[in-house]
Design a protein around this ligand. Structure first.
Ligand code: OMP
Length: 213
């Protein structure tokens, strides 16, 4: 695990974005942990969050033309990532986002910011089953753009419909790379190496054994 990945887990725990307990996921699965990116909810949180996304993106070395943050949660994430790329990596990248309701006056349309064209790097919080990503794909394809990659905070590494994880299915279906700041495997390593509650670690490992890839 890289230093920035460990720091990100510590940041998420400190801000209670990453929690342990019993949570029902969008898929209906009961998970012993949950990652609620909405709780990165101050200016400093957002600034730090952008630095972690930018670090993961630089690390991945994928070529792309524009960052796209799908409404709603992807919007602040894409914005803060673009700021961090400029301030910490001297990379000035165009970015855009969509609105859920199309506007029929003013500039119109449902896209805001740079043009959604060329190779698109989609930035979002979490992929579990990939439902949200598939919705965004419709938008990207409608613009004649291509998906270059997807960047998320956490890859839960869960099986989708078959044996592959939702992320592996997205990679296969859209021919792109999916990058995450951390994965479930990183979280397990972190819990093993820290003074974590043994019951927490056992619950996460049991979940990984049932639904993991
Ligand atoms: P998919 O759209 O099915 O990939 O699920 C992603 C969504 O699941 C996120 O946008 C959240 O609404 C939610 N989620 C989390 O935010 N954190 C988690 O740890 C797990 C989920 C989830 O419900 O699977």
């Amino acid at each position: 695990m890289k230093a920035y990945q460990r720091q990100f887990i510590e940041f998420a725990l400190e801000r209670e974005v990453l929690k342990f307990g019993e949570f029902t996921l969008k898929s209906g699965r009961k998970s012993p942990y949950f990652f609620n990116a909405g709780l990165f909810n101050t200016g400093r949180d957002l600034a730090k969050l952008g630095e972690f996304y930018a670090a993961a993106l630089m690390d991945a070395g994928i070529d792309y033309d524009v960052l796209f943050g799908p409404a709603y949660k992807g919007i602040p994430i894409a914005t803060t990532t673009a700021v961090a790329l400029a301030t910490h990596h001297d990379v000035d990248t165009p970015y855009c986002f969509n609105r859920k309701e199309a506007k029929d006056h003013g500039e119109g349309g449902n896209l805001v910011g740079s043009a959604l064209s060329g190779r698109v790097m989609l930035v979002d919080d979490v992929i579990t089953a990939g439902t949200a990503i598939r919705e965004s794909m419709t938008l990207i394809q409608a613009q004649g753009a291509q998906l270059a990659g997807v960047l998320v905070a956490i890859d839960r590494q869960e099986r989708g419909q078959g044996e592959l994880s939702a992320i592996q299915e997205v990679e296969r279906d859209f021919g792109c790379q999916v990058v995450s700041i951390i994965s479930l495997a990183d979280l397990v390593t972190y819990l093993e190496q820290s003074q974590a509650d043994p019951d927490q670690l056992a619950a996460v490992k049991a979940y990984q054994a049932s639904y993991g890839i």
